[in-house]
Design a protein around this ligand. Sequence first.
Ligand code: G3P
Length: 217
Amino acid sequence: MKLFLDTGNVREIEALAALGIIDGVTTNPSLMAKEGGDPVAILKRICDIVKGPVSGEVVATDVEGMVREGRDIAAIDEHMVIKVPFTKAGVQACKVLAHEGHKVNVTLVFSATQALLAAKVGATFVSPFVGRLDDIATDGMRLIEEIVDIYQNYEFGTEVLVASVRHPIHIVQAARMGADVCTCPAPVIEAMFRHPLTDLGLERFLKDWEKAQASRA
Ligand code: G3P
C-alpha cells in the first residue's frame, strides 16, 4: 500500500520523505491556505521533493473552470494530479481531463455510488474521507471495504486513496482491505513508528553492551 502525506507543508514533507517511506502528497484548498505563499511554487517544490503523485485541487465549481484550472495544475510538473470535488461538474471535468491524459483524483467521496461514478469517468484516484464519516457516527472504513469490492468486481483501474485518516488503526484497516493508498497527516505517519517496547528494548541492548564493554576494560 502506498503512503501519501496529506499536507502542503514543505518542511514536513522534506523530513518524512528523507526516510524513504513517502510515495506522494495530497493537498486541498484548506491545507494550501494554511501555508500562505505562492501555491504554484509550493506544489512545484513538493513535486521536486517526492517525485511521485502530488494532488493539487481546483477551486472552480463549473466544468469549464475546473478543466481550465486542472490544465494549469497539470502544467506545474509531470507529477501533478488534478483533484476535483465529487459534484456533477467535477465528474464531467474528470472525464474531459482524463481523456486528455491527465491524472485526476476525485475527492470528497462519501458513498460507494460516488466512487463507482468516479471510476466510470476514468479517475486515477478516488478519495473517500473516512474520518469525516466516523465524525458523524458512520463507519468510514466500511465504505473502503465496499469500494475495494466494487472495483475488484469490474477491474477498474481507479486506485482507492483512503483520505481523512485520523489514526494508525485506519492505516492498518486500509492495508488489510487492500486499499491502494492511504494519505495521512504527518503526526499519523510519526505514530506508525512508535512502540514503547522498541524503545525499551533498544535501551536494554545498549546498556547490556556498555556493561559488557566496561567489564572487559
Ligand atoms: O485531503 C483531504 C482529507 O484528507 C482531509 O482530511 O482530516 O480534514 O477530514 P480531514
